[in-house]
Ligand binder design. Structure first.
Ligand code: CTP
Ligand code: CA
Length: 220
């Protein structure tokens, strides 16, 4: 109510959201990860729910509880997130990829813990499939697909490129070199860009406010 004036513009819609940072394990106790805590995706889930949507949240490990009445599916690796996202994708009207997905994973991994003396001195890496790009290829005309881009320096140019290459309807670019933005922060700021080239800059605010601002942007 606070941010929407009671707007129920997502009533009857299926919204699929990914969040959190995926983990690419080398062994059970060591992984390649990133600083994402999943708060932005949790805020988006809460905002979409508030506006009447049925929400499915696919999340890598989180540091905060999941709001009630949200169907949550827990994953660890990018490969697991990809499987779950692909299986829920066709039923979704709106898909928001807020997860910080790995770009690479260790080429070798073991289910047994490696003693430190046996750890490799160099790590061979292999690429992880780009989930958002894959969803962009499968997107039907009734579906909206939204990405995030955490950037330093010039945030608009790389975000625009990702919007086009991944066939998105809109992207939220976060300037993570600014204070109180992005990973693990309770606040965020962004420039939203849609495929028609419309841009909207949102000044620093809570992640819930930013979530509502993004839902307003893509609905307007
Ligand atoms: N993404 C994804 N799968 C990946 C990597 C990224 O679905 N393997 C998604 C993210 O969830 C985000 C968007 O793609 O919504 C942009 O992520 P980002 O890391 O900014 O872009 P990349 O294409 O990975 O490019 P780079 O890391 O080189 O900037
Ligand atoms: Ca990346």
């Amino acid at each position: 109510v606070l941010y929407t004036g009671g707007k129920r513009d997502l009533l009857g819609k299926q919204v699929l959201i990914s969040t959190g940072g995926t983990r690419e394990h080398l062994d059970p106790v060591r992984f390649i990860g990133n600083p994402s805590t999943g708060k932005m995706g949790l805020a988006l889930a809460q905002a979409a729910k508030h506006r009447g949507a049925k929400v499915v949240l696919v999340h890598a490990p989180l540091t905060e509880p999941i709001p009630p009445d949200i169907q949550a599916i827990s994953v660890v690796s990018a490969a697991e997130m990809r499987q779950v996202m692909l299986s829920y994708f066709s039923a979704a009207d709106l898909v928001i990829m807020a997860a910080a997905v790995a770009d690479v994973k260790p080429a070798d991994h073991t289910s047994e813990k490696l003693p430190k003396a046996q750890l490799p001195t160099a790590l061979a890496l292999e690429p992880v499939p780009d989930i958002l790009a894959e969803l962009g290829q499968r997107k039907q005309s009734h579906q909206q697909l939204i990405g995030f881009a955490a950037q330093t320096g010039d945030i608009v140019k790389p975000a625009l490129e990702k919007l086009n290459v991944k066939n998105l309807d809109a992207i939220a670019a976060n300037p993570i070199d600014q204070p109180n933005v992005g990973f693990a922060s309770d606040t965020n700021q962004a420039i939203f860009i849609n495929k028609q080239g419309r841009q909207e800059s949102v000044q620093p605010c809570s992640k819930l406010e930013l979530a509502h601002a993004l839902l307003n942007f893509i609905g307007s």
